[in-house]
Design a protein around this ligand. Structure first.
Ligand code: F0G
Length: 518
């Protein structure tokens, strides 16, 4: 273990391997994973990771396993594209009803495969809506130019020198000496403006997936920079209070004539097609949105209702935070929402994009589709998962588990303020941030911290010494993520807190031999 210190550029796999985290689990049930030790004996591990939030219902939920087994035994179809997908439509209805119940809004649902694909679909829908607006504006500009010509022909108006001069100033154009030159200059400007590519905005420390579109909006530089760098179409909101002013710079201008009195006017259209946000950021280190971002979302809603506000609830949604829809619980506007992880009940790969009914484009379902989307098997499992979520009041369960876990972790922080920087999050989506120990008196601890390996080492120790599985956030490696299922038993909760207590006592005593031995 000590040999890993000094190797700053270990890849993810090597890091996990060296920290003793690359265990092959052979069985999973509820909040537990099992592996075989070197003597072939089955060892139990309390799992607070799952698929970084995908096991809200626990591993291999018995009702879902039974359902899946029955579907297979009955030879239910899985893939039948171009036919009536009854299971998929029931799921869409159930998810739309869930959203309506908890947000008061009506959404149209599209089913997809993974979290990142739901985000891609959201970006595509926002870009499509933008393109449609530009198309409509282009028609409006053409109609406006025709109206000018008709009025000229009828002699209702005339183009005089002051108008030409006003147009020159507005367009910052060289002298326009004739109506045809004026019309052609306006037309050219408008065509250019309306062909401008849209922008998408995202928040710092948010994670949206690793396919190219969502990666461009993902903060994590290790994940992004090798593929997407200096992308002019992606904006990160660094200064929320300045963002609306910044939007003016990121706008295009189209020019139209007004007739009473006759003059050329400029209309600015924001290039921003959408802004995506994680209501509670997971991969970035369990970070809540600060008030400034919430104010920005409200201001965008008010001043730019055409900009699609996308709540990425892939990780925090469907009750994990202790609230059925995290964005709605925070009173944040959400034109679109994305869901994945918990939707498949921890067994199936399935995701969903929800678009407010008044904003959805009917043809979008054809424009974004996939061989594997809407398959009967995952639709059935997701439908049943939604039923279980509601029947078992999973959000409330998460809320009370979260309170108990937070209370225990906060007590630990009070006991070890020099080791624990923060404890945060809500429901079953919590994080424990280690202090920056890069100046610690123990050289080994200091170098582990400097190399951002301390979180990994702590996770390895918890796994092997205490049978507890947590992992650091890859976006912020000093944060241990804690994401149990909604069914974590009181004894398990105590085991988890006891393991954390023991870890921090070991660290406080500077007992690094014990930390690294496994
Ligand atoms: N959006 C959010 C908020 C996510 O947390 C993730 C994945 C995705 C999108 C992408 O989903 O993996 O199904 O394509 N988050 C994991 C994490 C990987 O570490 O939090 P995917």
């Amino acid at each position: 273990m000590a040999s890993m210190v000094g190797q700053a550029t270990l890849g993810k796999e090597e890091l996990l391997e060296t920290a003793g985290l690359m265990v092959e689990f052979t069985r999973a049930r509820g909040d537990h994973l099992y592996y075989l030790d070197e003597n072939g004996k089955e060892r139990q591990v309390l799992d607070l990771v799952g698929g970084f939030g995908s096991t809200l219902l626990g591993h291999n939920h018995p009702e879902l396993v039974e359902l899946l087994t029955r579907c297979l035994a009955q030879q239910r179809p899985v893939h039948a594209q171009g036919s009536r997908r009854q299971q998929a439509s029931e799921l869409k209805q159930a998810l739309a009803d869930y959203l309506h119940q908890h947000s008061g809004e009506r959404y149209k649902i599209y089913l997809l495969n993974t979290g990142t694909e739901a985000v891609e679909a959201a970006i595509k829908h926002a870009r499509y809506a933008y393109a449609q607006r530009m198309e409509a504006m282009s028609d409006a500009c053409a109609a406006n130019a025709r109206e000018l010509q008709i009025r000229l022909e009828r002699g209702e108006i005339q183009i005089d020198a002051p108008l030409l001069q006003q147009a020159e100033r507005l367009l910052q154009h060289e002298p326009l000496d004739h109506v045809d030159a004026l019309l052609s200059a306006v037309n050219q400007r408008n065509l250019q403006a309306l062909a401008t590519a849209p922008l998408m905005a995202a928040l710092p420390y948010a994670f949206h997936g690793k396919t190219l579109g969502s990666l461009a909006l993902t903060w994590n530089r290790d994940a992004r920079l090798a593929f997407v760098r200096n992308n002019p179409d992606a904006l990160f909101v660094h200064e929320p209070s300045q963002f609306l002013a910044q939007l003016r710079e990121h706008s295009v201008s189209v020019y139209q004539f007004e007739f009473q009195p006759l003059r050329l006017v400029e209309r600015r259209l924001p290039r921003l097609a959408g802004l995506i946000y994680e209501p509670l950021r997971g991969e970035g280190g369990i970070l809540e949105l600060d008030a400034e971002f919430r104010t920005l979302l409200q201001a965008l809603r008010e001043h730019h209702p055409e900009v699609a506000l996308i709540a990425d609830e892939v990780q925090c949604g469907l009750g994990r935070t202790g609230r059925p829809i995290e964005s709605a619980a925070q009173g944040l506007p959400a034109d679109y929402l994305t869901f994945a992880k918990s939707l498949g009940g921890g067994l199936c790969k399935i995701s969903a994009l929800a678009v407010r009914e008044s904003l959805q484009h009917r043809e979008f379902g054809m424009l974004h589709s996939s061989t594997f989307a809407e398959d009967d098997l995952s639709a059935r499992v997701a439908l049943r998962s939604l039923e279980i979520l509601q029947r078992d009041a999973v959000a409330q369960r998460c809320a009370s588990l979260g309170e108990a876990l937070l209370e225990g972790l906060q007590a630990l922080q009070r006991a070890h303020p020099e080791l624990i920087r923060a404890v945060r999050g809500r429901g079953c989506m919590l994080g424990l941030e280690l202090q920056d120990l890069s100046e610690h008196r123990s050289p080994l601890l200091a170098s582990l911290a400097q190399e951002q390996l301390l979180g990994m080492v702590c996770a390895g120790h918890l796994l092997h010494a205490h049978g507890l599985r947590v992992l650091p956030s890859l976006g912020r490696r000093s944060v241990l993520r804690i994401q149990p299922s909604a069914y974590l038993q009181p004894a398990d909760l105590q085991q988890a807190l006891q393991a954390f207590r023991a870890l921090f006592e070991t660290l406080a005593q500077g007992n690094l031999q014990s930390l690294l031995a496994h």
